[in-house]
Each structure stands twice: as C-alpha cells, then as structure tokens.
Design a protein around this ligand. Structure first.
Ligand SMILES: *Cc1c(COP(=O)(O)O)cnc(C)c1O
Length: 385
C-alpha cells in the first residue's frame, strides 16, 4: 500500500539519535535549546519553545494568553480535532467559523461577520486559531487586520505548514500572529517522532510557554517571588500550574537533523504537487488552491470529486483496493459525536459539509517514487472513467 504520507529518515538522522543515546542526557540536555535556537533562526521568530506534541503546544499557547473558563476561542471545522480540543482543555468554550470551499481555510469574511455579531452581544472570543490547511497559508494579512479591530489574539495552527511562505515570509515568523504552532508528527513535513513547537515574538508569551511546558517551575532566580537568602543552588519555584509537556533530547536531535533537510523536502513536495497538477488537470476533479502571494508546503494533496457522478466512497474503495492509500482530511470536527453532543449542528457549516462530501487526499511525501506516482495517476483515471 502506498501511504498518503510518510516520514523520510536517513543515516544522518539515525546517527544523531544514537549520539544522544550514548551521551549523558536523554532529556533536558543541550539538544532541546539548540533545536529551539535553530527553529527561531530558520523561521525568523524571536523565540521558539518545543513540546512533546503540537497538541500540547496548542494547549500551552491558549493558557499562555490567559485563556480559561468564561472565555471562548474560534477555529476552523476542517482540521484535526486537536485544533479545537486544546481550547476545551483550558475550560474555555470553542466555536467554529465555516471554511472557504476553494482554499479549505477559515473564511475571513465569515469571521468578520461573526465577530461583529459577537461584539454586539459582548461575546467576543479571546483568540482565533487559524489552521493553514494542507500547508496552504490562510489569508493572514486580512485575518490579522480583523483580529486587531476586535482585539482578538491570533494563533496559527501551522501543523501542516512548516516551510510554507506567505508574502515572502516563512510561516513561523509570526509576522501576523501572536503564536504559531508546528507539529513534528511523522506524517507532517519534518519529524521528531512525536513533537511540536510554539513560535512567538512576544517575550511574555514565551516565558509562559516555557513555564507551562515544565510544571510551571523555574530555576531562574530573577523570576522568583520573594527571593530568600537561605536557599541554595537547589532552589526552584513553581509559579503557576504547568504540565510535563517536554520534548526529549533524543527527539530534538532528530528534529535538528530533519530541519537541515527541510528545503529539500519542500522542493520535492512542490515537484510532486506540480506533477499531480499537470497529470490531473483533464480529470473531472478540482485541484488544490494556489495563489501568487503564498507558497504551500504541500503537506497534503487534496482533490475534490465535485465534477463527477462517481461517489467519493466508490473512488476511495477502488483506490484502496488497488493499493493506493488515499485518505480523507478531515471529517468536520462538528460532525464528531463528542461535538454534536455539545450542541454543534453540522449543517451550520455548509461549506465544510460540501467540502467533506467530495474531498480525497492523494499520496504525497518526499520518498514517493516516480513509478508509484504513475501508478496513483493510472488508478485514479481508471476509477473516474
Ligand atoms: C497533526 C495536527 C495537530 C496535532 O499534532 P500532534 O503533534 O500530533 O499533537 C494539530 N493540528 C493539526 C491541523 C494537525 O494536522
């Protein structure tokens, strides 16, 4: 079976991990701060904090802004459930803004209308979590402009968008947002096995993120409350309720090695995307969105079966039976039983539902071979004939 996505690991990655295993520190050693330094250098943010997952990073991002009971945060219904669950962990309420059918990202005019209504009711959210679906950047300038009008914070869920660019800056620079989240899960662009990062240019948020990652504890005397003279070098203080959301040095070493190959991975993904675009343009399907002012990282290659009578289920079953590991990203979060039980109605998000009916993710990952790609195209033609 050709999977829809897969990590790319070479002997240098393996050696980096083995080196840490043979060193003194498996966790809380030198690799985590080094990885953070390289991340902020590469993406152009002042700070980076790595976590044991993007889900943890999203949770900590919400908490770092003081989000909790009585607050609300809005996100996109077409995302992985973690984009919404992270809000619920804090005790705040989550709500959704429908997508733009073409880009599959949050619809910025729907966002503006919903904020206007919320303001009248004095129910403005504290933050928006904008998801760069499939690696195609959201309309960040517009979303950031709208958020500023209503004094709403902006978090980018860039789990898909490592290596994507928007108006000549890399996603992760936080040019338009307060915090940007990356995921290093193996199906994403670069991997640490499990892992994530929170990028920011805000020192206050960064300090909170680092405290939240490790029990709320600091060893930095300058941050202590009531520094007391009779405590020695063993002293540490817990300043807030944090978690154990730390990344290990084993993972960070893999991350450092993977980061050095990011440009290569993105070039390859772009080539595969171009190749798909050329070979699928005569099929009765809609191809992924593109725009002159942004470049997708092409984490997912999603076509829409919206110009054919063939059902998505039939096409899906045919391809899987043929060994092509297609997938569907995503079942709208509001369709999940847990969210339905909270009172969400799927039909309140018509674009998300129309998209979900026809979406199909084709295999895309750096190590996919030319014959494998040929085979995917062949079977896709066959399924739609
Ligand atoms: C993968 C993913 C996450 C969660 O990432 P983990 O690192 O697995 O916790 C969150 N949001 C989106 C959009 C994702 O694709």
């Amino acid at each position: 079976m050709i999977p829809y996505g897969k990590q790319s690991i070479d002997s240098i990655d393996i050696k980096s991990v083995v080196d840490v295993l043979e060193s003194d520190m498996l966790t809380q050693g030198p690799m985590v701060p080094k990885f953070e330094e390289l991340l902020s250098e590469k993406f152009g943010s002042k700070y980076a904090t790595v976590f044991n997952s993007a889900t943890s990073a999203l949770h900590a991002a919400c908490l770092s802004m003081g989000i909790g009971k009585g607050d609300s945060v809005w996100t996109s219904p077409i995302s992985f459930v973690a984009s919404a669950n992270c809000v619920l962990y804090t005790g705040a309420k989550v709500d959704f803004v429908d997508i733009d059918y073409n880009t599959v990202n949050i619809d910025s005019s729907a966002l503006e209308r919903k904020l206007e209504k919320a303001k009248a009711l004095d129910e403005l959210p504290k933050a928006i979590i904008a998801v760069h679906f499939s690696g195609f950047p959201c309309n960040l300038e517009e979303i950031s402009r709208i958020c500023k009008i209503y004094n709403v914070k902006l978090i980018e869920d860039a789990s898909h968008a490592i290596g994507a660019t928007y108006k000549n800056s890399l996603i992760g620079s936080c040019t338009y947002s307060d915090i940007t989240i990356f995921s290093f899960h193996p199906v994403k662009i670069i991997t640490t096995g499990e892992g994530g990062a929170a990028m920011t240019n805000d020192q206050f948020l960064d300090e909170n993120l680092k405290l939240l990652r490790s029990h709320g504890i600091t060893k930095d005397r300058s941050k202590f409350c009531n520094p007391s003279g009779d405590e020695g070098g063993w002293n540490y203080q817990q300043l807030l309720l944090g978690y154990n959301y730390r990344m290990t040095d084993i993972q960070a070493a893999l991350g450092i090695s993977q980061l050095s190959k990011l440009n290569k991975f993105i070039d390859r993904r772009n080539k595969i995307c171009e190749w798909y675009n050329n070979n699928l343009k005569d099929l009765p399907v809609s191809l992924p969105a593109s725009a002159d002012d942004r470049q997708s990282s092409n984490h997912l290659y999603v076509i829409k079966l919206d110009k054919t009578d063939r059902s998505r289920l039939d096409v899906y079953n045919f391809l899987v039976k043929s060994g092509v590991g297609v997938n569907v990203h995503y079942i709208p979060i509001v369709n999940q039983p847990y969210y339905k039980n909270m009172g969400f109605f799927p039909h309140d998000y018509p674009n998300a539902q129309s998209y979900y009916k026809v979406a199909l993710t084709l295999p895309i990952f750096p190590d996919i071979s030319e014959p494998e790609l040929q085979y995917v195209i062949e079977k896709l033609w066959e399924s739609l004939r």
